[in-house]
Design a protein around this ligand. Structure first.
Ligand SMILES: [Zn+2]
Length: 336
């Protein structure tokens, strides 16, 4: 397998333009890629090729002054650039058949995916991506700091003899850093743990209208949808019990204690985010519940019990059948 270190430069939209374009497209687009730079390393980590292309933006066509100053990419250059569908097709062919991408930091691939989506370009070939920054952290001091490429180059004694903020140069520097690390080992470990660091057992997003999914109309709907609120245990597949109701913490954060018969207490953490079309999406994580968080949730539950049930529950008609309220969180509620 080859490794392809990848770096992008993108044009930043001016704020008012950004909003108008995102609304019009109904999709997230924070900037437009104007340069793709890449360096190919073979299985022995030898540099075997490089690729660079200037891309002509479609929506944010005027070069941002700050971006021009930083990258040296001018209006004339992007005007003569290749349209994204063509540039990406050529790049894909250059990548070959068996490859994995290495990026410095997590930002480049999502940016490229957003750009692809905005122009209807297939991005399925961006599937194997490794953030070299994470591999670096793991193989050096184990910290979670986001070290700059410059910092790490200096640490490894790699001379910065080319201008930075050129996608090809930065991809080349990333390749040189990759040569100082054990990338095959890093990749193997990465595949095993990926996002599951920090005791996170599950991490996903539901209802992202900005990428074409159906968003949730209300916060209540988002937080209580079975697809969101009823995960099975990621460790054993068992159905999880929820002895307490979901509590609303500050802001758009909701927490729920869940219990696996084998793995004990887990914490379902839900964050609501507004989509561009005003609906909600939910960012969800599930992890092992720690004592401190459990205390916070219990305090909040006690507070809610003292203040009476949340409004929604009070509205239930009085004549409703009793057995429907026989779930544990209903029994200890305050009188109405
Ligand atoms: Zn379990």
């Amino acid at each position: 397998m080859d490794y392809i270190s990848l770096d992008l430069e993108w044009n930043q939209a001016y704020p008012e333009q950004l909003e108008a374009v995102q609304k019009r497209l109904g999709t997230r687009l924070r900037g437009e890629v104007i340069q793709i730079g890449a360096v190919k390393l073979d299985a022995e980590m030898k540099i075997v090729g490089s690729y660079s292309v200037i891309v002509r933006p479609r929506y944010f066509r005027k070069i941002n002054r700050h971006v021009e100053r930083l990258t040296g990419i001018t209006q004339d250059m992007i005007d003569l650039g290749l349209p994204l569908p063509e540039a990406s097709e050529r790049f894909r062919r250059w990548c070959g058949e068996d490859y994995a991408f290495l990026t410095w930091g997590p930002d480049d691939i999502p940016m490229l995916e957003d750009n692809f989506r905005a122009q209807g370009v297939d991005g399925g070939w961006l599937h194997r991506v490794y953030d070299l920054q994470k591999i670096y952290n793991r193989q050096t001091d184990g910290s979670r700091k986001q070290r700059s490429l410059e910092f790490v180059m200096e640490q490894f004694g790699i001379p910065q003899n080319l201008p930075a903020h050129d996608a090809l140069n930065d991809a080349y520097f990333t390749a040189l850093v990759a040569q100082k690390l054990n990338v095959p080992k890093g990749v193997a470990e990465y595949d095993r743990t990926s996002d599951l660091s920090d005791g996170v057992l599950l991490s996903d997003v539901t209802g992202d209208a900005d990428v074409g999914d159906a968003g949730f109309r209300t916060a209540y709907e988002a937080v209580h949808a079975p697809a969101v609120a009823e995960p099975v245990c990621p460790l054993c597949g068992a159905e999880l019990d929820c002895p307490e109701r979901t509590v609303h913490m500050k802001g758009q954060k909701y927490l729920k204690i869940m219990v696996c018969p084998t793995h004990g207490k887990l914490l379902l953490d839900l964050r609501l985010v507004r989509n561009l079309n005003e609906t909600f999406r939910v960012r969800r994580t599930l992890r092992v519940l720690d004592g401190e968080t459990e205390e916070k949730i219990r305090a909040r539950l006690a507070e809610e019990a003292a203040n009476g049930r949340p409004r929604r529950r009070r509205r239930r008609p009085r004549g409703e059948r009793r057995e429907e309220t026989a779930v544990p969180q209903e029994t200890g509620g305050a009188n109405e």
